[in-house]
Ligand binder design. Structure first.
Ligand SMILES: [Zn+2]
Length: 921
């Protein structure tokens, strides 16, 4: 009835229920339990009702128990806690306030109880709950109610708490040390009464002892008046309180006002020992260790850290040898590494556990040691880091746009990539007689474990077991030193034996013996003999020839097709000149660019005459090719302006064809550092007939500039010249380098039938690369001045070139480009073109001198080549082809910069549709 009624009046249902409940309580004579069940039965018909009002009615009617029970039903703590308090349900009120997590509410209860209850009862109640105790202590401290607090602790038999309060009181009135110590000792006895506090007690006795020691130390070492610093004696939870931080500052202010030294007093025991070591008071530190029974391991840690800080490596060495280090040797390495003392750190790594060594070496950039240690410890993680982030060869995605390729061209790419993989095998066979077998073993084993997989991967990145960036040392156990003549001469053959054998040959065979395409071997009597590459590598060349032939049927461009067919024939009959000429005739409109066959002679360290198989599979970048073609028009202009007498100039200059490409795959003799450009053919016979073609690989060059040259520039160049480092200058100089291979004498001046290469033998590659670099730079200044090159300044060319010198030198002095660059750097420094800045040791271009210095170096190299005196060449290379101290210092800064990039290829997709956009990495 009441409910129907209130519907009409639009009253809330709860109001009616509450009214009903209140009336029921007032009128009922039943006991609390019965009445509670009646009320609950009715009130549970409605949810969310507030019980506060009903409980209050019960309280007023003297039904305390019922009121408490009803309040249990109430969900809002802030409503019910005040009521519980007013009904004197103290402990329940405290409990509810704490479980509400509402700090204000808890304070309200604490306050109210503090005022209502006798102090003893209050303390008893508060101490039943840890959180409440802490809040109360905090409250007292904040308001500086220290006497209340002291009382609280006393009631609680909390001796430690009481002790702390004593200490706080002491803080409030700074005492002199001696006074403090006596006070301190007397309050320590407080603590000794508490059986649970024996640990703290002992700790405090130790503190008193330390304080006495520190006073004595200060008296001895600084002879200064002393005062107390309290930090030491304050537990952490008290330190966070605001009253203490203000205390802290007032004490510090007091100390500084009185000009007092706080140098020992106030330090912890460990800090005291550290301080003594820092002051080089080693025997004092040692006696403190013994007096205070400091554990060996802690003492070692402290002393180690302090010694590294003051760089006392002699004492550190003594420490490591005093007895078997209780902390091992890893902390030595860690501390030294953190302090950037890498050479010192390296001394302790061999004493660490086998498993600890690889990452430690890696951290200090001792990569070769890291590889060895990782292999010894079977440490996959480190091998992966060495391989992947190694600092040496940054994996880089190589992108290329295939959208303009026909379906046939895309299918041909697959054939060409397959042929390139065969070229890899031939190359390994040429490199060393055990190499292909080693490669196949590593490849087979690569599925066994991750470590094996990584070994194989690294082998493929550096294309063999010898690391050019590590003086050609092998990273695989059991591999001999790299043979000078690789596997294209008998390993035991000397130069003298070869030369006297050549003398016995007919003219044709003489040419073959010194030529590109024949292996020198021993017959069954041990005599030297010739064997054509087609015979020596028949089992690989035949399937590769088959693939080239198939590709020739698929490609869209007829001239490319002719080259592929011709090259396929060369693989069988060993005549490369014919197909080199058809390679030079590949139309500028062909969308695919391929170089595959025996080309470079860098790996022949005996005579620089045997060519090694390699392959490049590219797609053309037509826009860039057009941009760059204008430089070939300048070739004669450059030649005419070379700073040498006319007889050193090339009179048979042939304009090289220039193409710009993006790389899809490369195989064979194409390890890191990645080829960024090449000028082929190398065969003078083919060049005489049809010239040469320059291929610039733009995606590779861009990767190098970003990942290598830029970070190098930031480290070696003086700051004000870093702004001149520029990709355009870098890219154009690579082009000019390649153009410049055509410049200058290729035959010696007084015998036009003798090539420079045959005279210079193993020195030729180094000199020729140096020539191309410096003549390219010389050409840059000519072409900027006559406006052929626009948008790149001479400053950009010179500065970018200087930074780039450091990039090349890092390839190692065993590598032609690296040594060639060392020659140029030293020559230009000696001639004032480059300078090392005093102090920082960084390099800069001297813009006044650089032009003349470049011109002089161009002249000197061209004349040495043209004169054909190997002795002059040897003296020149000997004088300049090394790394001097200032260079080495800068190279040391580059430890974290990649030496070069390594390619990340993606398989050429079989389902690639003609005309579809397909990015290849
Ligand atoms: Zn070159």
């Amino acid at each position: 009835m009441g409910l129907q009624f209130c519907k009409h009046l639009k009253l809330g249902f709860d109001t009616v229920y509450i009214h009903w409940a209140n009336a029921k309580i007032r009128n009922s004579t039943s006991d609390d339990d019965y009445l509670y069940s009646v009320l609950l039965n009715k009130l549970s018909e409605i949810s969310g009702i507030s019980y506060i009002n009903i409980a209050e009615t019960a309280r007023v009617c003297g039904r305390q128990k019922l009121a408490a029970k009803l309040l249990q039903l109430e969900t809002s703590a802030s409503n019910k806690v005040p009521l519980l308090l007013s009904m004197s349900f103290h402990s329940l009120a405290l409990k509810e306030s704490i479980s509400s997590g509402n700090v204000d509410l808890i304070y309200l209860v604490l306050f109210s109880l503090y005022n209502q209850l006798p102090l003893g009862d209050f303390f008893k109640l508060v101490s039943t709950n840890k959180f409440a105790s802490l809040l109360f202590v905090k409250y007292c401290l904040n308001l500086n109610k220290l006497s209340v607090l002291k009382n609280f602790h006393f009631q609680e038999d909390d001796y430690f708490g009481s002790f702390l309060l004593h200490v706080l009181e002491v803080y409030n009135s700074p005492l002199e040390n001696t006074e403090f110590i006596s006070h301190f000792n007397s309050i320590i006895s407080l603590l000794s009464k508490d059986p649970d506090m024996s640990l703290e007690h002992r700790e405090l006795i130790l503190q008193a002892k330390l304080l006495s020691l520190q006073c004595k130390l200060e008296a001895d070492l600084t002879n200064a008046q002393l005062t107390v610093r309290y930090n030491n004696y304050t537990p952490t939870y008290l330190k966070s309180l605001p009253s203490l931080s203000s205390l802290n500052s007032s004490l510090n202010a007091y100390a500084s006002k009185h000009g007092q030294h706080l140098s020992f007093v106030g330090l912890s025991l460990f800090q005291t020992i550290t301080k003594l070591v820092l002051l080089k008071q080693y025997s004092l530190a040692n006696s403190v260790k013994h007096d205070f029974n400091v554990a060996d391991s802690s003492y070692y840690h402290l002393k180690l850290r302090a010694l590294v800080k003051i760089r006392d490596f002699v004492e550190l060495d003594k420490l490591s040898k005093a007895k078997n280090s209780p902390i091992g040797f890893k902390p030595f390495v860690d501390e030294l590494t953190n302090a950037q003392q890498f050479q010192e750190a390296a001394k302790y790594i061999p004493f660490c556990k086998l498993s600890q060594r690889p990452p430690l070496y890696l951290k200090i950039n001792f990569l070769n040691e890291a590889v060895e240690a990782a292999i010894a410890a079977k440490d996959i993680g480190t091998l992966r880091s060495i391989h992947e982030q190694s600092t040496q060869y940054k994996p880089t995605k190589l992108e290329a746009d295939l959208s303009h390729l026909s379906q046939g061209d895309q299918q041909a790419l697959q054939k060409l990539v397959a042929a390139s993989k065969i070229i890899d095998s031939i190359y390994f066979k040429q490199l060393w007689k055990g190499c292909l077998e080693l490669k196949e073993r590593l490849q087979r084993d690569s599925s066994k474990s991750e470590k094996d997989a990584l070994l194989y991967k690294y082998f493929m990145v550096i294309k063999g077991p010898w690391d050019a960036s590590d003086d050609d040392n092998s990273f695989i156990e059991g591999v001999p030193k790299k043979p000078l003549g690789s596997n294209v001469y008998p390993e035991d053959m000397t130069k003298e034996e070869f030369l006297s054998w050549v003398d016995t040959l007919c003219e044709d065979d003489k040419k073959r013996a010194r030529g590109f395409y024949d292996v020198i071997e021993r017959d069954c009597d041990g005599k030297l003999q010739l064997k054509g590459y087609n015979e020596a590598y028949k089992e690989y060349l035949e399937p590769a020839a088959q693939l080239l032939q198939e590709a020739s049927e698929l490609v869209s461009d007829a001239s490319l097709s002719a080259f592929l067919l011709g090259r396929s024939k060369s693989f069988i009959d060993n005549d490369y000149v014919t197909s080199e000429i058809s390679w030079l005739k590949i139309a500028e409109s062909s969308p695919i660019e391929v170089a595959i066959g025996p080309y470079e002679v860098y790996k022949d360290n005996l005579f620089s005459s045997k060519s090694f198989y390699e392959s490049f599979i590219h797609v053309r970048d037509f826009d860039e090719t057009k941009n760059l073609a204008k430089f070939t028009d300048s070739l004669q202009f450059i030649e005419s302006h070379l700073p040498v007498p006319d007889k050193y100039k090339n009179t048979e200059l042939k304009k090289p064809t220039i193409v710009v490409v993006n790389e899809i795959y490369s195989g064979g003799d194409t390890s890191v550092p990645m080829t960024a450009a090449y000028n082929l053919p190398n065969d003078e016979e083919a060049i005489k007939i049809a010239g040469a073609k320059l291929t610039l690989i733009k995606n590779v060059q861009y990767g190098k500039f970003e990942s290598v040259l830029t970070p190098i520039s930031n480290l070696v160049l003086v700051e004000e010249q870093q702004k001149h480092v520029d990709f355009g200058a870098f890219f154009t100089h690579v082009l000019l380098h390649e153009v410049a291979h055509s410049n200058g004498p290729h035959h010696i001046v007084d015998d036009s039938n003798t090539t420079v290469r045959s005279r210079m033998e193993e020195l030729h590659s180094t000199l020729e690369e140096a020539k191309a670099d410096i003549t390219g730079l010389f050409a840059a200044s000519l072409l900027v001045k006559n406006n052929t090159i626009t948008g790149i300044t001479l400053e950009q060319f010179y500065v970018t070139y200087l930074a780039s010198a450091f990039r090349s030198i890092r390839f190692g002095l065993n590598e032609a480009h690296g040594r060639g660059q060392a020659i140029q750097l030293n020559y230009l420094v000696d001639n004032g073109g480059f300078e090392y800045e005093d102090g920082s040791g960084k390099v800069k271009v001297n813009f006044e001198n650089i032009e003349t210095a470049v011109s002089n170096l161009t002249r000197d190299i061209l004349i040495i080549q043209g004169n054909g005196s190997k002795e002059d060449a040897a003296n020149f290379v000997e004088k300049y082809g090394n790394n001097r101290e200032k260079t080495i210092k800068l190279l040391d800064l580059l430890a974290d910069v990649p030496i070069d990039i390594q390619p990340i290829w993606r398989e050429v997709s079989e389902s690639a549709q003609p005309g579809s956009k397909c990015i290849i990495f």
